[in-house]
Design a protein around this ligand. Sequence first.
Ligand code: ACO
Length: 326
Amino acid sequence: MRRALVTGVGMQVPSRIVTNKELESLVDTSDEWILQRTGIRERRVAGPDETASSLAIVAAKEALDRSQVHPEELDIIVVGTVTGDMPFPSTSCLVQAGIGAVNAGAMDVGAACAGFIYSLCVASSLIESGQSRNALVIGVDMLTKFVDWTDRSTCVLFGDGAGALMVQASENGDRGVLKTVMLADGTGARHIEYPVGGSKYPASGEQRTPAKGLTMNGSEVYRFAVTAMGDACCRVLDEAGYSAEEVDLFVPHQANLRIIQSAQKRLGIPDERVFVNVDRFGNTSGGSIPIGLYEAERSGRLKPGDLVLTVGFGAGLVWGANLIRW
Ligand code: ACO
C-alpha cells in the first residue's frame, strides 16, 4: 500500500524570548499564575519584519535539506495557518515562491491549532490517492500579532513558530501516516474568535468589532479540549487497530500542560512517552505539533519505525489526530 512517509523535518521560531516575568510589567499577572495554570515559562515573539511566511520558508528549507529533496521536485505545499501574512494570497503561495517550488501547487488550511493535523491529513490523502508524490506540510502561526496585549487572560498563552515536514510517497506500506481523523463543531465558533479582517468586519469597513484582539472563553475551551483530545486519540487508534500501550511517543498540541496531562491520563501513556515543550514556546497554534515532532526527532526521542500519536484542537471548534509510523 502506498503511504505518506515523513522524510525530513524543519522548524523556525523568532529569536526574541519573552518570559513570564517580562509579562508582569505588561499586564496584571505573575510568573507563578502562568506556570501553575498553563505550564508556560516563556514564548517566542515575532518582530515587526517577521511574518508567518518568513518563518515557514526557513522551516521549509530545512525540511527539504534534511530529506534531500530539491524544491522543483515538490508537487504540493500545504500550510496550516490562521495567521497568514494576509487574507490573500495564501501563505502557501508565498512559501512556494520563497523556496522556488516552481512545480508545486499550494494551499492553506484554516484549522487553527489543529491546522497541522488537518494539513497532514490532506497531504497524506493526496499521496495515497496518487495525486502527489512529494508534499511539504507546514504548520505556522503568529498569534502574538493577533492578541490584545492588555488582555491578561489570552496574551500570556501564545507564542510564534513554524514547523515543516517533508512527506513522500512510499510503496513500502509499513511506515508513514497510518490514519488521521478530522473533527469539527461549528456551534462552538464563538468560543475562540478573531473576527476582524474578513467579510463580516472588513479591516477597512466602518462596522468594526469592539474587541481589540482575539477573544476566548478559556474555561469553555478547556472543558472542550480535555474531552476532544482523548476522544480523537481513541478514535484514531481504534480505526488503525492499535492501542495506546503501543504508542512510542505522544506529541499533543502544546496549549496547556494540564490539558496534555489529562489526555495522557485518559490514554494511560507514561511521562517518558509524552513530548512536552509548552514551557519554552507556549501555544504556537499550527506550529505546535510539527515543532514538537522536530524537537523529538532531533533530540533522538523519535526514531524510524516508532509509532507516533499526534492530536490537536482549536478555534472552530476543530480537533483531530494523526497516527504515524515514523
Ligand atoms: N494572570 C493572573 N490571573 C489571571 C490571568 C493571568 N494571566 N488570566 C486570567 N486570570 C484570572 C481570571 O481573571 C480569573 O479570576 P477571577 O476568578 O477573579 O475571575 C482567574 O484567573 C481564574 O480564571 P480561569 O479562567 O478560571 O482560569 P483557568 O484555570 O481556567 O485557566 C486558561 C485559564 C489557562 C486560559 C485555561 O482555561 C485554558 O488553558 N483554556 C484553554 C485555552 C486553549 O487551549 N486555547 C487553545 C485554542 S487557541 C486557538 O485555536 C487559536
